[in-house]
Design a protein. Structure first.
Length: 281
């Protein structure tokens, strides 16, 4: 990370480094926060918000950390550079701030668990994403191509040999909601099949016959990062939320949906049948 990097990336890296330096200084979060507020002012939880990248550090915060944590020169220089980068305005992007934040968190994830009743963006090919976005009343026609490319690239970041372990639950109904004509749909199905057999991917389809499944009506993605942090990303057409509390509820819902799905072998067979049907059209 350099001062020219994305500001949210910098905030995340700053928070991780600040947390490590605090730990090495043998300070608990409570003691460190009380001392920080006493020294430079602020409000309860300010240190926690800095360490979890919810806010950017101010120069006074950085100065206090350098004096109190007594880091090595390399760590001190790194802390200062990250603080400078975090203070910069992120470069405007069609995908928006929420998308940049989501992609940054995806890049840091060691495990990704997703459950959807439509094909999620990270599983869409460029062509399929293009035709899907073209129908959205919330997307300007001029932005469709860039957003479609963003979705396709997002998938490339996740589904790679050195990427995270990925668990996918997809409602069978998602396979019925396809856009772009037979050729585009067949390409999307083939993409799903290719993803389903990747070494780090676990893929199940919940058949329509399974009936109501909680997670399919409340889609979300669970992100796990080291050492042991979980975050639920809940997308919505108006906004996207990140949930850090009560993650066990999301894990329970995901596990329930996973059990409701057919085996991975049967799931691939469903995709094969869909592809064969599309090839005949």
């Amino acid at each position: 990370m350099t001062a020219q990097g994305d500001s949210f990336d910098a905030r995340l890296e700053f928070g991780k480094l600040a947390r490590r330096l605090r730990t090495e200084a043998d300070l608990t979060p409570k003691i460190a926060e009380d001392e920080l507020i006493a020294a430079v002012g602020g409000y309860a939880s300010v240190l926690s918000k800095i360490e979890t990248a919810r806010i950017s550090p101010k120069p006074a915060h950085v100065s206090w950390m350098l004096a109190r944590y007594n880091p090595s020169k390399a760590d001190a220089d790194r802390l200062g550079a990250l603080a400078d980068a975090a203070a910069l305005r992120a470069k405007p992007a069609v995908a928006g701030v929420q998308s940049r934040e989501y992609l940054t968190r995806l890049r840091q994830a060691t495990r990704v668990s997703m459950i959807y009743n439509e094909i999620p963006g990270s599983l869409q090919t460029f062509q399929f994403a293009y035709w899907t976005l073209l129908k959205s009343p919330l997307v300007d026609a001029a932005d469709v191509e860039a957003l479609a490319r963003d979705r396709a690239e997002r998938g490339e970041w996740i589904f790679r040999p050195d990427g995270p372990e990925v668990w996918i639950v997809l409602g069978e109904g998602a396979l019925d909601r396809m856009d772009g004509g037979p050729e585009v749909c067949a390409e999307e199905m083939e993409h799903l099949r290719a993803v389903a057999v990747m070494p780090k991917v676990h893929f199940r389809i919940v058949p329509n016959s399974a009936g109501a499944v909680t997670g399919l009506s409340n889609p979300f993605t669970l992100l796990h990062t080291d050492p042991d942090e979980w975050l639920a990303y809940v997308g919505h057409f108006a906004r996207s939320d990140y949930e850090k509390k009560d993650i066990s509820r999301y894990q329970l819902v995901f596990d329930n949906a996973w059990e409701a799905g057919v085996s991975e072998e049967q799931s691939r067979a469903i995709l094969e049948a869909r592809i064969a049907d599309l090839d005949q059209r």
